[in-house]
Design a protein around this ligand. Sequence first.
Ligand SMILES: O=P([O-])([O-])O[C@@H]1[C@H](O)[C@H](O)[C@@H](O)[C@H](O)[C@H]1O
Ligand SMILES: [Mg+2]
Ligand SMILES: [Mg+2]
Length: 282
Amino acid sequence: MDDVLQNIMDHAVAVAREAGQVVREALCDEKQRDVMTKSSTVDLVTQTDQRVEHLIIQSVKKKFPTHRFIGEESVAAGEACVLTDDPTWIIDPIDGTTNFVHSFPFVAVSIGFSVDKKIQFGVVYSCLEDKMFTARRVKEHSVTENHLMLFSSISDVRRSIIATEFGSNRETETVEKIFSSLRNILNIPVHGVRGAGTAAVNMCLVASGCVEAYYEVGVHVWDVAAGSVIVEEAGGVLMDVEGGPVDLMSRRIVAANNGTVAHIVKEIDAFSPTRDDAPPTQ
Ligand SMILES: O=P([O-])([O-])O[C@@H]1[C@H](O)[C@H](O)[C@@H](O)[C@H](O)[C@H]1O
Ligand SMILES: [Mg+2]
Ligand SMILES: [Mg+2]
């Protein structure tokens, strides 16, 4: 299985790079950044998101015809978001669509691959920085192209930088919760709070030791599937925002180094968005 998995992972890296090239070219063409909206007026999608997801899925289908898919834009178009034991590609064609639309320079292609409901490897291509982050669920971990994982050993949360995002839910109660968590964390006080505008890149920043933790309520499985292996293989931990094991379908995540995770979890004002795998409402 090892060689088979490596073969699949090599394909994921190649197709992520190809997708990244499409994203870079699209950035120079305003038409390809025309905005449509999904769950709210600030949940953006473009024809480029759809085109890139199609490209990835078609390329994989040719090589691995029995594999299944959970893709952000396919789910938006009505496909089920159900993780089975079958080999499944979990795809976010453009993580950071708002960044893409505004030319804010952090945009990633994120691909996780799952077997038996466990993510086996993750590939995050931060395509404007041209950084490829990969990790496979084995002892070895690797980040290609000179991007060494330099995991943070800071255990004093007051010396940390914490990454988070505001997401795309603007309901008053949700915004209140987001600010309540943020206030608690700033008041620790931490050195700073940052957000790249892409969950996948934020997780790679944890894996690279640039920030000590990243948390968000409202992410989706395609935002964090790839990053989850990258963080764990770098030596980090994943947790639910109220402590306990993370559930990638729950839309809640903390990814952190060992020293700060417990401190961060204490400060988050948690809430529970509708799960990714919830049956559709009629
Ligand atoms: O929509 P998208 O750009 O693929 O993904 C979003 C980005 O990762 C953003 O940083 C995060 O705050 C949202 O929760 C995600 O949904
Ligand atoms: Mg995303
Ligand atoms: Mg996306």
